[in-house]
Design a protein around this ligand. Sequence first.
Ligand code: ADE
Length: 224
Amino acid sequence: MRIDIISVLPELIESPLNHSIIKRAKDKGFVEIHLHNLRDYTLDKHKRVDDYPFGGSAGMVMQIEPIDRLISELKKERNYDEIIFTSPDGERFDQKMANSLSMTQNLIILCGHYKGIDFRVREHLITKEISIGDYVLTGGELAAAIICDSVVRVIPGVISDEQSALSDSFQDNLLAPPVYTRPAEYKGWKVPEVLLSGHQRKIEEWQLQQSIDRTQKLRPDLLK
Ligand code: ADE
């Protein structure tokens, strides 16, 4: 899989995608992530990528030209399954969307910034708009990093123990059950007896019941 991320602040995305599981996924060739600085695609001598809005309102607006130039160059090289724009008014991101994006070959993610973006970009170049939640971030970079992280970790093979990704919270609309490790007792706080029993079927039943109980208590909306 290949992900091209377009941003005016690519430095913001570098670190979160260069550690742990995502770094290993890159090193093992499961994913290529390419960061592109939009300023490298403007013809303006001051490398400006924004301008005042027509009709006048607060803030600057990202211009279409550098974005179109870069996206056109990328599209000449390969077909893209989706050209994503990160925006608080996009479709809400969830595990199902992460799973489905992990099955694609090529993605572009354009990070929104400033007050907005020339709407023609969204009308003519973008195929999918994603919001990571009902709050407003300074820019789309952190949203892009979150989307990449959750997509890459569910690419088949990325997590060696496949069970591990499949048993995440949300994969079956249930929150994950609690986990414990040694010591079995600390300051009198005990690990549930059943987990020490070695009885696999009982352990799985307990884990499922815990998942159901925790979901009912904390996220009843997932059970609907
Ligand atoms: N850009 C700013 N806020 C955002 C959000 N909530 N989701 C995705 N992109 C954003």
